[in-house]
Design a protein around this ligand. Sequence first.
Ligand SMILES: [Zn+2]
Length: 173
Amino acid sequence: MRQRAARDQQRLDSGAVTSPKDLENLQHEIASLAKRQGDLEDVVLEIMERRESAQERVAELTGRVTSVQSKTDDAMARRDAATESLDSEIATATKEREVIAASVPADLLKLYDKLRAQQGGVGAARLYQRRCEGCRLELNITEVNEVKAAARDAVLRCENCRRILVRTSESGL
Ligand SMILES: [Zn+2]
């Protein structure tokens, strides 16, 4: 379009066109080409502005993706570390349990394992301040007296939840 306008201008300037009507047509065409060029330049400008704003948005979103990714990586690293630490605790506890279980009489261990399966993983509970820490119920006076009278190595059970009661110096007896 620019070439065509330049060509028209050349023809006009060369003086080759002499007829007034042709001259008028040529000038008219030059003017109309100039206007069109102006319009197109406006369109190009608008497109460039939109492109710039789209690029800004891409940069912003990329930044947010990076930030979310880094938070995810961080959370996963913490999860892995926690899993590792739990695995090691489980391994230690399992070893300790094996050692302790070896020293417990077979029938008591059997009872404990049965209760543990029945009572959501807790087969024995500490008796603390006259309260069974398995079911959280306080022993009544009769039960307390029975516990007090029992031999040191007797296996005691909670009357309420049936768990094995473990006596300590804090049992409140
Ligand atoms: Zn209980």
